[in-house]
Write a new protein. Sequence first.
Length: 603
Amino acid sequence: MPKPFARTTNLISIYKQLRPFISPYRYMIYGTLFLTFLGALAAQVNPLVLKYTVDEVTELVNLPDPMSEGIHVLVVITAILLGKELANIFIQFGQKFYGEKIRISVSSVLAQTAIDKILRYRIAYFNDENHETGKLQTRIDRGIESLTKLVQNFFIDILPLFSNAIIALIIMYMQNVYVGLVSTVVVPIYFYVSSLQARRLSGVRRTLRNQREQKTSGLLNLIGSIMVIKSFVREKFEGKKQYDLQMQLMDSQLYTRRTSFIYDGLKTFIEQFGVVLIILLTVYLVLDQQMTIGAIMLHIMLFNNVSSPIRQLHRIYDDMNDAFIYAEGYFDILNADEETEPNGTVVDSNIKGTFELKNVDFSYPNGTKALNNVSMRIENGKTTALVGLSGAGKSTVINLLCKFYLPDEGNITLDGIDLNQYENSFLRGDIGLVLQRNHIFQGSIEDNIRYGNMDANFEEIETAARKAYLHDQIMDLPQGYQHDATQLSGGQQQRIAIARLFLKDPPIIFLDEPTASLDAIATEQIKNSLDAIKEGRTVIIISHSLSQILDSDMIYVMKKGHVVENGTHDQLVDMNGTYREIFDASARSLNLDKLVSSYRDNQ
Ligand code: ADP
């Protein structure tokens, strides 16, 4: 199991994994690199021009008519400086814009790749506690954020600043080896202090971010649970929790600031110490007539070019550390190819719908054993009911028949062919699934029903809604079919699921407690809709409502993952076993005797 916060990656492995994502942009990258090189050259123009100016002016003031002689110096300086600035506008623009373009493009490719991959993973992947929705989202977001920051840092900070520093150093060495040496000696000290600063701050920065997130989500949770808080009179308790969080956040913020200020001060001192050394050395060399006066300015400015990237080092170092940590989590998600849903190739356009389970064993990925040596036959064109207490394994059977999970032992066939050999999209295209609660997507009623068949036109959607007893209710809404579907009641949402089923029109239908959360009237209407659609199709129904299972062609009774009885309602009642127990309990809970007598009295 990968540890989410362990640093086990390095820059090379990140680069290797990132390469496929950046290689489509390689020409843009080469262009950006070239512009970076030009930019680094341009950054040395000012120091060189200043040296030239000082040296020329020093000579000119000794001449009899410095003004007239100096004109050509002014012209040269103006031309070079303005020319450089003009060129710089384009260089900087190109370099920054294309650097950003690479970053934004890489970031969107990374995001889309993660989504495409995740959509192909099997359901078991999402059962893992490490892959809960929130965790996956955070890991993907943080991974992409830190990777793109790395790319951005590289093109916008690291590369320009460091090429600038290297060229400045080369010029210093070319001018005078000793000056070059002095600046080179200061660099590692500066480096060391910067990395100390980064190390001191990196842990805190992460804590700070977590605390900020906690604070934000804390407020959201607070608002979300405001009714519970008020009903239990827990305002003070919740307020104190937030206050404690705020205090922790404040401590971390102050610590970060204090550390930063101390190290920044230290770094400024070291930098200035370098400047002093360079002034001393260059002044000595000037007095010794090995250098001209202009060289003093030149070297101070060049030294600034050398030290400025290192000033940013702690931030870059920190971002890189983040990338090491978060990139791993992101690439783990991306590289879980073994989690891709297994798929078959059979596309039999004439599916009848006879399922046969033979000695099927199945445990969920967390180890819960849900099915034990289960054998059953689901006849095509008939209605089969699965009955049993909660947790008996009924829904699990449906999960396996949809190929959401694969059995551990035994096998399942559909029309005599191993279920594994069917192509998933083809198989699922032939199955209509209605659950106790069905997912309603953000959007209109029309779009939600259309999910059953993306090619359906409006008339077909309306017909499906009529069959699901939903049309009249929709007409009462101000915006009709354009009404926001998530605002509908539970019963109405259930009808949307049934309308989807009508629209999909599949030969096989699995109903998993489709009316469990509905009132009596809605239950009756939905039962009518379902009875209409059940005609001539293979249906499996799971229900606690006797009315929906009484007339099934075959009933399988499940208990703790086993099939314990099977037969028709009458046969099972006669058996006096588990089914009878459940049946009697249901009758008692309905207070059937009283119901029947008052029903008779009123007839
Ligand atoms: P039923 O539909 O009969 O109520 P299920 O098939 O949903 O029962 O569940 C059978 C057993 O499998 C139960 O013990 C349940 O807790 C467990 N189970 C169901 N879904 C999962 C899952 N996604 N991960 C782990 N265990 C599960």
